[in-house]
Design a protein around this ligand. Structure first.
Ligand SMILES: *[C@@H]1O[C@H](CO)[C@@H](O)[C@H](O)[C@H]1NC(C)=O
Ligand SMILES: *[C@@H]1O[C@H](CO)[C@@H](O)[C@H](O)[C@H]1NC(C)=O
Ligand SMILES: *[C@@H]1O[C@H](CO)[C@@H](O)[C@H](O)[C@H]1NC(C)=O
Ligand SMILES: *[C@@H]1O[C@H](CO)[C@@H](O)[C@H](O)[C@H]1NC(C)=O
Ligand SMILES: *[C@@H]1O[C@H](CO)[C@@H](O)[C@H](O)[C@H]1NC(C)=O
Length: 323
């Protein structure tokens, strides 16, 4: 309850409270490829930049790819494995995760195999690409720790363990805690939605027949709810219909948090961060102070990148298949 009394901008207390976040057990290294593949990051950056020039949705997709990969089996590139006759892989699991842009990773991997064969893991490529898209979109930069190995298992049934867009803060915190991530990580990493787009199916339950007492989710701003209803009529012939998750969808900024304060969070799990006292104060801090959001986002991305890291495993030659 102490957090309730905190005034916004009390950065020192904020930092102290949140210093107790997860302890990483991985021994990743920012200089991991300095000797073996010094050009690795440059090759990945150029590939990501080129892909983004051809498709502006690439940044949001690569950022999402990193979250999804790390949340299931840790950051081991299990999400990249294709299904095989005996095995349905994560990428084909429910919910039909709109993680695309796998070709960008394949492209970077092919170039890396030419430059330094059998050296750079697919898991590290995703982590580097996720940092690059954030920086390219105007967000922070940070040193990506490297040295992850790639996993050999990908199981479609495990994707049900991803946090759902309908989760409340209790459920979100539990899901993050299972991965060694804390309260601040939850709020900061949710800010990745600053680059996101959602199809109607992930939020339209908030717009009609929401509960026995409310037709529309009462945490949703009324005018914004009308806008979403117009975007997502029922029935809807446009299968691509949906909504950007903040007002500046190709810029990495703190507008996401300002939308939450205004009751314009698209997912129930976004708006819940503002409705729940445990996270509201952090939303307010980030809404008011973009540089604080940037530094906390970068720190949380490093922690996310440590989730379930494997130091024994393989470096795949092709990211879609085990060696
Ligand atoms: C740039 O991206 C496009 C679209 O993905 C691809 O066709 C092309 O080969 C890429 N060029 C380079 C130099 O990577
Ligand atoms: C998921 O969606 C993609 C693209 O819409 C489609 O090709 C694929 O078959 C779907 N997979 C499943 C398991 O529904
Ligand atoms: C995938 O996970 C399910 C549920 O845990 C399990 O029953 C199944 O055997 C797993 N499949 C593989 C190929 O490991
Ligand atoms: C969160 O959702 C769970 C599952 O629906 C429910 O049991 C719990 O009471 C909810 N907690 C809050 C704080 O709303
Ligand atoms: C709303 O939900 C109730 C109870 O589940 C159902 O009977 C009713 O048909 C629904 N209304 C609409 C417009 O979907």
């Amino acid at each position: 309850m102490a957090v309730l009394a905190l005034k916004p901008r009390s950065r020192v207390i904020f930092a102290l409270l949140l210093a107790m976040v997860s302890v990483s057990r991985a021994t990743l290294d920012a200089h991991y490829y300095d000797q073996t593949c010094p050009q690795a990051e440059k090759i990945i950056l150029q590939t990501v930049q080129n892909a983004t020039r051809h498709d502006p949705k690439v940044p949001a997709r690569l950022l999402r790819m990193f979250f999804h990969d790390c949340f299931i089996r840790g950051c081991d590139a299990s999400l990249l494995l294709d299904s095989t006759p005996g095995n349905q892989a994560e990428k084909d699991g429910p919910p039909n995760i709109s993680v695309r842009a796998f070709y960008v990773i394949d492209d970077a991997k092919a170039k890396l195999e030419m430059a330094c064969p059998h050296t750079v893991s697919c898991a590290d490529i995703i982590a580097i690409a996720a940092r690059d898209v954030v920086t390219m979109a105007g967000g922070p930069s940070w040193n990506v720790l490297k040295g992850r190995k790639d996993g050999r298992v990908s199981n479609a049934s495990e994707t049900i363990n991803l946090p759902a867009p309908t989760f409340n803060v209790t459920q979100l915190l539990q899901s993050f805690a299972e991965r060694g991530l804390g309260l601040k990580d939850l709020v900061a990493l949710s800010g990745g939605h600053t680059l996101g787009f959602s199809h109607c199916s992930s939020f339209d339950a908030r717009l009609r027949n929401f509960s026995s007492t409310h037709d529309i989710d009462p945490t949703l701003n009324h005018a914004f709810a009308q806008l979403l209803k117009n975007e997502c009529p029922k029935p809807n012939r446009n299968r691509n219909a949906g909504q950007f998750l903040d007002a500046t969808s190709s810029t990495f900024d703190n507008d996401y948090y300002r939308r939450l304060v205004a009751g314009e969070g698209v997912f129930g799990s976004d708006q819940a961060l503002y409705s729940d006292y445990r996270t509201r104060w952090i939303v307010n801090l980030f809404a008011q102070d973009q540089s604080l959001f940037f530094s906390e986002f970068a720190a949380s991305m490093v922690r996310l990148g440590n989730v379930g890291v494997r130091e024994n495993g393989e470096v795949r030659i092709k990211c879609r298949a085990v060696n």
